[in-house]
Each structure stands twice: as C-alpha cells, then as structure tokens.
Ligand binder design. Structure first.
Ligand SMILES: C[S@@+](CC[C@H](N)C(=O)[O-])C[C@H]1O[C@@H](n2cnc3c(N)ncnc32)[C@H](O)[C@@H]1O
Length: 485
C-alpha cells in the first residue's frame, strides 16, 4: 500500500507531481501523451498512478523515455568518478550504489525531481517487525525475505565503497559519517530504501539492439544469488509510476533502440487508470515485493512444499541428497528441487494434472517405489514417468496436512476474522500494524484455501491407497505438466 505515510513530504504531494511532469516535459527526447494525468490515489492506498484524461485507442503511445534518462549504472557519472567497475557488483548492488550516489547528491543530481516523487517508506516484507511477520503464520514467503543476506551484501560490498569515498557519498540521515555503528545503521536504512525501490519499481533493461522487446518488471527477490544471469536494472521515470491490476492491465513498456515506450495494449476509456503488468504473482509475493495485496491476485495464490516436508511424509529420515539414494538418483537426472509449488485450482472442473507439477509427481513416484523396483530403475538409469496413484496421493496428502497444521489458526477462523474487520479507510493514516495484519491475513487465507482445495482433490485417490497395492496396476496414470511456476 502507498498511503500518505509512505511519502516524505505528503503536504507537497501534488506540487511534486507537477514538478516531476514539468521536468519530464523539459527533458529533450521525452514524449508525453497530453491525455495523461499523474493522479493522487492515496485515498485508495495506491500512492501515485497514471490516469487517462480522454479516450485512448489501442496501440497509442502513452509516453516515451529516452534511454539516457533511465536511472541506471551506465547513465550515472559515478562510474567515471569512482574509477572502478561498478557493474561488477551485479545488477542489484550496482544500481543500489548508483541510486545512493544520486540521492546523496541532492539537488545536484539530474534525477532530483524524480527522487522527490518516490516513496521513502514501504509495506514490503523487508520492513515488517518479527511480530508483524508472525501474522503470516506458516507461509513460506517469510523464508524468502532475505533481510540478513541483503544486509550482509550491503555491508561487504557497498559500505567499503561509500566509506572510502566520502566526497561522493556525503553522510546523511543525521550522521556525520557512514563509519561506526550509527553510520552503518544509517547506511543500511538508506540502502534498504534503494533496494526496495529497485524491487518494486525497477525494470530489467534490455540492450538497445534487442529492438522492440517487451519490458518486464525486475523479477525475483531483493538481491538473489544468481546475479550473473540477470539483466542490468534501471529506474524508468514515469513508467514506474504505473500501478498494476491483475485483471485490468492495459499498457506495456516496449524497449526500442533509443527509447523505452509505454503503449496502450487495449482501448482505454477517459478516467480509467493505466496499469502495467507485474505478472501472475501469488499474493504472498505481491506483498513481499510490492507491499500490497488485492483480492484479484487471489487466483494466483499457491502453496509451496519443501523437499524435506515431502521426504518426511514419505517416511525418509532426512532430505539429505548424499544419504538418500532416491534423491541422489533424481538429482543426477536434474529433476530434484528444494521446493514444489502447487497453484490454486481455478478451473470450473479442476484436475490434478492441471495443478501438480510433473517434477513433484516424479518425486512422489520415486519415493513410493518398492525397493526392488527402485533398484531396477537405478540399474536401467531411468527415472519413473509421472504417474499419480494412491501411494503418491497418500504421501502428498500427509505433507499437505502437516503444512496445514503449522498455521496457528484455521481457515474458518481467519475467514471470520476478515469478515469482522471494518473496511480499510486509506484516507486516514491507518495504523501500520493493523494494515499489515490485514494483508497477512489475506495471504494466509489464500494459502489455506489452496491447501484445502488440493487436499479435497486428493481424497478420492489417497483413500484408494487402503484398497490398492502401492505399485498397483489399477492406479490412474495421467499426463502431468513439466512446467512449474
Ligand atoms: C511501480 S510503483 C507504482 C507507483 C506508486 N503507486 C507510487 O506512488 O510511487 C509500485 C507500488 O505501487 C503500489 N501499487 C501498485 N499497484 C497498486 C494497486 N493496485 N493498489 C495499491 N497499491 C498499488 C505499491 O505500493 C507498489 O509497491
């Protein structure tokens, strides 16, 4: 949510929007469709957003931002001033360093009017207290926040550069230097603001020659390990002031040779908000990355099972690949994962084939094989096909039931609690903890609904395990999708 409390100067909100638009209009190469307005949507908890002032046909250009105006490593003078290869820090940390530099330059930065419209406080999970995180109960999203790892990277990779170049990074936030404990705390706070902006606002920037590619929002968690595989990131003024809506996406960013161009992908009516696409993400991830949840993302909710919980449900002592031949076997064939995602069954007549990833079914099948059969498979070096029978269903049911039991409240209790809450009034500065508690409640309700739905679907097959042999020929072999979320 982006309410009044998220912006450092809420009184000057409209003035800053106007100044930002004037800055864009005055920048050579920027093209703005006159039918757009940068709107104040704080009353609905959406901060700023872009709204059509008259009807806009499909395909019309909404705005065009020259590549040179993107707040990105290659456009900042920092790389020349530092005399070191900033890019080697990877896409996240290099942009974070550049944003710290530009932010600390204050009015001297080319992007000063842009910084003034960006929020400085967030509801993303990185900023939740332990007590607030507890409201998510057993949600596996908590393990993906990665605050400790992010802080370690900032202290190891960013802090030495900042401290070694005080003229480029003048201390701010009430400290005389970024050295010492107080300095480190101030630097971490500032770096988290930049990291959160990158997570919720930045785009992956394709190289100019990859003409006409679609722009996609920066993916994945705040500073992941696989940085080498990622494209450089950049903050694209105005493009990142578009909100998103799961059902009403009507605009897309196209990365052309010299410009990043936002175009209408549907006819847009006067007064309609212009929405970018943040992807088909579960509400848990929406909350982690963007700090808000809306009901229409419920269709993308998932439940995640760890490998160790599945192994436990299958009666294995541990999920250690070296000591478990069945896991080792799958790992050698590159079909073993740390965790498995089961999406919400959304079709009118959902089937297990639609929702269970083939890799999960292969794991369950391998774990269910009688020892003799497993040895035969091993000697033939052939993993089993994904066939879903009673024994597999029984293991999966146990794993899901164990997961379900880890939530501190039931789905019925949560649904009752949500129904008893008064409507959220974003026009008054709502108390942060209750706003976050409500969002956590929505996320855990979604996960419990998925658990309940999948358990219901498994029941007919799982109860068959009492009647059918584990390797029974009468089990139903089906086609499972190899594609996972
Ligand atoms: C790319 S920015 C969009 C601009 C943002 N509204 C602002 O004022 O700076 C993404 C942030 O906008 C907010 N947001 C986006 N879509 C939203 C929606 N449908 N409802 C509420 N907040 C939304 C979230 O705070 C999210 O982290």
């Amino acid at each position: 949510m982006s309410s009044t409390t998220h912006f450092s100067d809420p009184e000057g909100f409209q003035q800053q929007s106007d100044n930002f638009i004037s800055w864009l209009q005055a920048t050579p190469g920027v093209k703005l469709n006159p039918n757009l307005r940068l709107a104040d949507l704080r009353a609905s908890g959406a901060g700023r957003g872009v709204v059509a002032q008259s009807n806009i046909p499909e395909g019309e250009e909404l705005f065009s931002i020259p590549r040179g105006l993107v707040l990105a490593v290659q456009n900042s003078e920092l790389k020349t001033l530092l005399g070191q290869d900033v890019e080697q820090l990877g896409p996240w940390l290099s942009l974070m360093l550049v944003m710290l530099y530009e932010y600390l330059q204050g009015e001297k930065s080319k992007w000063a009017p842009y910084f003034r419209v960006l929020p400085s406080r967030f509801d993303t999970l990185m900023f939740w207290s332990p007590a607030e995180l507890q409201e998510l109960q057993a949600s596996t999203i908590v393990e993906k926040i990665g605050r400790e790892g992010a802080e370690q990277s900032i202290l190891e990779m960013i802090a030495p550069v900042v401290r070694g170049n005080p003229a480029l990074f003048p201390p701010a936030h009430g400290v005389a230097s970024f050295d010492g404990d107080a300095g480190a705390a101030a630097l971490l706070e500032l770096a988290h603001v930049m990291g959160s902006l990158i997570m919720a606002y930045a785009f992956d920037i394709e190289k100019a020659e990859d003409d006409d590619d679609e722009g996609e929002a920066a993916d994945d968690s705040y500073m992941t390990d696989d940085e080498e595989e990622q494209l450089p990131k950049g903050m694209v003024p105005l493009a990142d002031l578009l909100n998103a809506d799961a059902d009403r996406n009507n605009a897309r960013l196209y990365q052309e040779e010299g410009n990043l161009v936002m175009k209408a992908i549907k006819p847009i009516q006067q007064g309609e908000e212009i929405f970018n696409d943040y992807g088909e993400i579960p509400r848990a991830d929406l909350l982690r990355r963007y700090g808000y949840v809306t009901e229409n993302y419920a269709q993308y909710d998932v439940v995640e099972l760890s490998l160790s919980s599945i192994c436990q449900a299958a009666g294995l002592g541990n999920a250690d690949i070296e000591s478990q031949p069945r896991l080792q076997f799958l790992d050698e064939h590159d079909i073993l994962d740390d965790g498995y995602v089961i999406p919400r069954p959304v079709n009118a007549n959902p089937s297990l084939e639609d929702i269970l990833p083939a890799e999960l079914v292969i794991l369950l099948t391998t774990l269910a094989l009688p020892e003799e059969e497993f040895k035969q498979r091993q000697s033939k070096n052939k993993p089993p096909k994904p066939a879903f029978e009673a024994h597999q269903a029984a293991i999966l049911t146990r794993a899901l039931q164990t997961q379900q039991a880890q939530y501190a409240s039931s789905l019925a209790q949560d649904a009752q609690l949500l129904a008893s809450l008064p409507p959220l009034d974003m026009s008054v500065a709502s108390d942060t903890s209750s706003r976050r508690a409500r969002m956590a409640l929505q996320v855990r309700i979604g996960e419990k609904e998925v658990l309940q739905a999948v358990l219901g679907m498994l029941e007919p097959t799982a109860t068959g395990s009492l009647k059918r042999p584990a390797n029974g020929d009468d089990g139903d072999s089906r086609q499972f999708k190899t594609q996972r979320m």
